[in-house]
Design a protein around this ligand. Structure first.
Ligand SMILES: [Cu+2]
Length: 182
C-alpha cells in the first residue's frame, strides 16, 4: 500500500459528520485505516480552537473577550452565542462605523469561521461582549467561556484576564445599550 492522504481525510470526515450529521462518501475501495489513527487519550483533534484568548479586566459593568478562532474542519462553523460565569449577559458583537464613529452592535448571524480558516476577535473588531460583569475579572484570572455553535455543539475555553487601557471606546462606548434585539 502506498501512503495516502486518506487517513487524514477519514479523520476529517468523521469530524464533519459529527458536527453536521452529513453523510460522507467513502470509496468502496478505501482501506481500513482505523488502526493507524493516532492514539488520542481523551478527545479527537479539535474541530475548533482559539489561540491567545484573553478577557479585559473589569470590576463590573462591561468587558469583552478576544482571541483568534481557528476552524480545523472542511465546513464553515458558526458561533451563535456565548456564556461565562462572570457575566450575566453575553453577546456576540461587531464594531461598525456609524456617522464617523465606531460603535458596536450585536453581530447578526453570529461569528462565522470559514472552513480551514480563522476569525479574529480583537479590540476594535468582533468580540465576545460581557454586558453585565457580576464577578470582577482580575489580571491573571482564568475565566471560563462556553460558545455555542449553530448546530448546538458547544466549545469551551479559558481566557486570561488582562489589563487593557487603549481603545476602550471601541467596545465600551458611552452610549445607551438599551435594546438587545438580535
Ligand atoms: Cu461589544
Amino acid at each position: 500500500m502506498f501512503s495516502r492522504v486518506i487517513v487524514v481525510l477519514v479523520g476529517l470526515a468523521a469530524l464533519t459528520a459529527c458536527a453536521s450529521g452529513e453523510t460522507t462518501s467513502s470509496p468502496a475501495a478505501a482501506p481500513t485505516v482505523a488502526a493507524s489513527a493516532p492514539a488520542s487519550p481523551s478527545a479527537p483533534a479539535p474541530a475548533l480552537v482559539i489561540t491567545d484568548p484573553w478577557v479585559k479586566t473589569a470590576e463590573k459593568g462591561m468587558s469583552a473577550a478576544f482571541g483568534t478562532l481557528v476552524n480545523n474542519t472542511d465546513a464553515d462553523l458558526t458561533i451563535v452565542s456565548g456564556a461565562t460565569p462572570v457575566s450575566a449577559v453575553v453577546e456576540l458583537h461587531e464594531v461598525v462605523q456609524a456617522d464617523g464613529k465606531m460603535v458596536m452592535q450585536p453581530k447578526k448571524g453570529g461569528f462565522v469561521i470559514p472552513a480551514r480558516g480563522s476569525h479574529v476577535l480583537e479590540p476594535g473588531g468582533d468580540h465576545i461582549m460581557l454586558m453585565k460583569v457580576t464577578e470582577a475579572v482580575k489580571a491573571g484570572a482564568e475565566v471560563p467561556f462556553t460558545l455555542t455553535l449553530k448546530d448546538g455543539a458547544t466549545f469551551e475555553f479559558t481566557a486570561l484576564g488582562k489589563d487593557f487601557a487603549g481603545g476602550n471606546e471601541d467596545y465600551q462606548p458611552e452610549m445607551d445599550m438599551g435594546g438587545e434585539n438580535g
